[in-house]
Write a new protein. Structure first.
Length: 240
């Protein structure tokens, strides 16, 4: 009976605001039916979605709910990013510009490849996750600060063997996860801490110091600093 119903002759009489949502591969109701409705209902809004399911809740109904919400209210519910506690690590080659000038493009590129391989090897060992690589620096995250510190120290040692000095910095705080991206004030704080490190040094924020009590990692006071773009004053420590 449902397939015998024909409402084409009354469609032009519809004057209410109308939203038509149809999956382009719908196996029960052909997409041309929806396109006909969109053409003959004055002012109708028509949205085609991927997929072949006929039941709205099948194949993920959230996208249909989003369309309905926007149609009724004019806006969509903003997607809330996941926020988690993480330890961020930043590394950077000391004097990279001068070193590149001394070696020339080819040798510097080969040395950078060795640098990248060494860093990634240590990240794998200590279960760190690489987030970004910008030229001669790495940004990675860990689920714990002690593991991040030990990884940083191992990276410093490994790269010293290939003739490279690096600096590193770590901070622990709440970050936003947006796909493969990690962002937030904690990320900026970690980067600022790293920028204060001396060649071959691993610096950590006071937050990290408080979290690694009992880990056996020794820290040396490196003073109180203002971190550009980060509120307040920060105690910084060197991991030995």
């Amino acid at each position: 009976m449902a397939f015998e119903i024909d409402v084409r002759h009354v469609v032009p009489a519809i004057t209410a605001p109308t939203l038509i949502v149809h999956r382009v591969g719908d196996k029960i109701c052909h997409v041309e039916n929806a396109r006909f409705l969109a053409e003959h209902i004055a002012g109708a809004r028509y949205v085609e979605l991927a997929g072949e399911d006929h039941i709205p809740s099948a194949g993920g109904g959230d996208e249909i709910v989003d369309e309905i919400q926007e149609f009724l209210t004019g806006v969509r519910e903003p997607e809330q990013p996941d926020r988690v506690l993480a330890t961020v690590l930043f590394t950077d080659i000391v004097g990279s510009t001068e070193r590149a000038r001394e070696l020339g493009d080819r040798e510097w590129r080969e040395l950078l490849n060795r640098h990248h391989a060494a860093v990634r090897h240590e990240l794998t060992r200590f279960r760190g996750r690489e987030i970004d690589t910008a030229g001669d620096g790495f940004f990675a995250v860990f689920d714990g600060p002690a593991r991040g510190i030990r990884c940083a120290r191992s990276i410093v040692a490994a790269l010293h063997e290939v003739g490279l000095e690096i600096r590193a910095g770590l901070h622990t705080g709440e970050v936003e996860l947006a796909g493969s991206d990690v962002r937030g004030i904690a990320v900026h704080t970690g980067a600022r801490v790293a920028s204060l490190a001396r060649p071959g040094e691993v610096l950590v924020s006071g937050t990290v110091k408080d979290l690694i009590a009992g880990s056996g990692i020794e820290l040396l006071e490196r003073g109180v600093h203002e971190l550009k773009g980060v509120p307040g004053e920060w105690h910084v420590y060197a991991a030995t």
